[in-house]
Every structure is written in structure tokens, then in C-alpha cells.
Write a protein that binds this ligand. Structure first.
Ligand code: RUB
Length: 307
């Protein structure tokens, strides 16, 4: 349990962050916990698996990859402890492998949509989006990147470091310079924290303004998302919760203390409507946002009764 608590804490404090990494860390935590779990009975086993699952899911509310990873990993049908343990170990390992392969596949398929000479804009720090960019570059395409800073946590600094490691020419810009530079951009590629059944995207706050600017300038807006970033519960009408983070990420609280009429809002994500998205590059193919429902039905193994 201590290791699960540590993982949960790392996700909560964003030491582990990004929807894909969070999902993989949760699956690993469940796998390791289950391997060493000493249960007195099947009821005991079930209760403990439920407890760690709930703990992991409670860490951050928006990235649907987290509950998807936990649910897919912690499934079992046997009423026998040893058999149920084996089922979970296999399911968790399968999820981890799926996640690794997904990034590679998205990179390869997405890279086919990148042309020699393309200027790409990306936002925040998405491993799926970066997989496409670095794969295209390694294939020999002469590309360059505009990377947004991504206030307030400045995940853009991770992105520029990553791209620099590949030798990809990169320009760091503040978030508010997105529209100013859009005329120099050919394609926008971002990641996803969640995709709703209607094809709407939830990603780092500011993504929707990139989409709007790309739409206005008639530039292609591409989303890189593993199939486990699609949200089954949106089919039955559940909204995706947008995480609201602490004011101190935005402003020093001592400054705020002197400003009694001022409050701070700090949403971590925003919604981009499907009509601004040209394509979603998933590990099972490149799809229009209108196909989100099909991905959920065919690749997440959900029955409506589960939701
Ligand atoms: C990260 C973020 C990323 C997505 C996709 O937000 O919005 O674009 O999670 O990332 P945070 P990936 O830093 O708040 O977790 O493609 O790596 O899953």
C-alpha cells in the first residue's frame, strides 16, 4: 500500500504528469500491489483492490486515461484469489505494453502527415504529440517547432528540452503569442487528456485558443491520443471535470493577500469543440473526431451497464 500511496502522491503533486504517464504509473502501481497482496479471503482481496483503485483515481480528475487504466488493469472475473491475482497481473501488464506500443504507432502514423519543411506548433508537453514530431524528424524531414510556455506550470520547458535533445530547431513562445505566430505555422499538434463521445477534446488550458487561431488561419489542427484517452462515461452524459488548481501556481499568495477584491482562477484544462479538430491520430488509425464513439465502443471494452 505504501508504494501505491507514493505513486498517488506523485500524480497529485504532478511529479508524474501527462495523461499517458499518469495512466502507465497507475497500471504499474496496481500490478505491483496485486503481486504482493496477501488477502485472507476473496472479499478481502476485492475490498483492497477497490481501495487502491479509488485512491489512484482520486488523484487528478480530468485525464480519463487514469480511470481507464485503473479499470482495465484491475479487472478480474474469477472468484478465486490466486486466479484473480493472475488476471490483474496480466491485465495491468497488457495495459502497460499497450501504452508503450501506442506511442510508437501514433508516432509512425502521425509522421506520415508531416511534410518536409513543415513548421509545427505544439502546446504543453504531450508525449504522444512529441512522438509524431520526433519520428518525422528522425525520418529525415526538415521540420521546426513553435512550443508554447504553458503557464502556469510551464510544461513547455520540458518540451523544448526534449526537442533540443533531438536537435530539432525550436522556438519557445509565451501562450499569448500563439495567434501572432500562427501565420508561420503549417500544422498544430497537441495531445489529449480526454476525448468525449462527441469528439470534443480536453487538453491543457489554452489548447482551445490554438485551435481557434488555427481555424481562423486555415491551418491543420491535429490531436495525438491513445485509445485509452477516450471517455466512456461521456456516452451516458457524464461531463468531464476540469481540474481547478491552486491560486499559488499563478501568483504569489503574499501579493494576493494585499488585494482583497481580487480572486484567481486556475483551470488546468479546457474544451476544444470537435469542429476545430481536423483529425485525431490514435494507435488504431487516424480518425475524424466524429468517430470517437466508435473508438470507445470497440477499443475500451465498456458495456453501458458499467457506466
Ligand atoms: C498535460 C497535458 C498533455 C496531455 C497529453 O497536462 O495537458 O497535453 O496530458 O499528454 P498536465 P501525453 O501537465 O497538467 O498533466 O500525450 O503525454 O499523455
Amino acid at each position: 500500500m505504501k508504494k501505491v500511496q507514493e505513486t498517488a502522491e506523485k500524480i497529485r503533486t504532478m511529479e508524474i504528469r501527462g495523461a499517458g504517464r499518469i495512466a502507465k504509473a497507475a497500471a504499474e502501481a496496481i500490478r505491483d500491489y496485486t503481486a504482493g497482496l496477501e488477502a485472507a479471503s476473496m472479499e478481502d482481496f476485492s475490498a483492497r483492490i477497490r481501495e487502491v483503485s479509488d485512491l489512484l483515481i482520486s488523484t487528478r480528475p480530468t485525464a480519463v486515461s487514469l480511470p481507464n487504466a485503473v479499470k482495465l488493469s484491475s479487472r478480474y472475473s474469477s472468484g478465486n484469489v490466486e486466479e484473480a491475482r493472475q488476471e490483474i497481473l496480466e491485465n495491468a501488464s497488457r495495459f502497460i505494453e499497450r501504452a508503450d506500443k501506442a506511442l510508437e504507432r501514433i508516432g509512425k502514423m502521425g509522421a506520415r502527415r508531416i511534410q518536409d519543411g513543415d513548421v509545427i506548433m505544439t502546446h504543453c508537453n504531450s508525449h504522444a504529440a512529441l512522438s509524431i514530431i520526433t519520428t518525422a524528424f528522425e525520418e529525415g524531414k526538415d521540420i521546426s517547432v513553435f512550443a508554447t510556455e504553458s503557464r502556469p506550470r510551464r510544461q513547455g520547458l520540458l518540451t523544448i528540452r526534449h526537442l533540443n535533445g533531438f536537435g530539432i530547431p525550436t522556438t519557445l513562445i509565451v501562450d499569448s503569442a500563439v495567434r501572432y505566430y500562427m501565420k508561420e505555422v503549417d500544422k498544430v499538434i497537441v495531445g489529449a487528456d480526454a476525448i468525449a463521445a462527441n469528439g470534443a477534446l480536453v487538453n491543457k488550458v489554452g489548447t482551445s485558443q490554438l485551435a481557434l487561431a488555427a481555424h481562423e488561419a486555415r491551418k491543420s489542427f491535429m490531436v495525438a491520443a491513445e485509445t485509452y484517452k477516450f471517455s466512456p462515461s461521456t456516452i451516458v452524459g457524464n461531463p468531464i471535470e476540469i481540474e481547478e488548481r491552486a491560486a499559488e501556481e499563478v501568483i504569489d499568495l503574499s501579493i494576493l493577500a494585499d488585494l482583497p477584491y481580487v480572486k484567481v482562477k486556475n483551470p488546468a484544462f479546457d474544451f476544444t469543440p470537435a469542429e476545430y479538430i481536423d483529425m485525431i491520430i490514435t494507435d488504431v488509425g487516424i480518425i475524424p473526431p466524429a468517430m470517437a464513439y466508435t473508438i470507445i465502443k470497440e477499443h475500451l471494452g465498456w458495456e453501458l451497464g458499467d457506466l
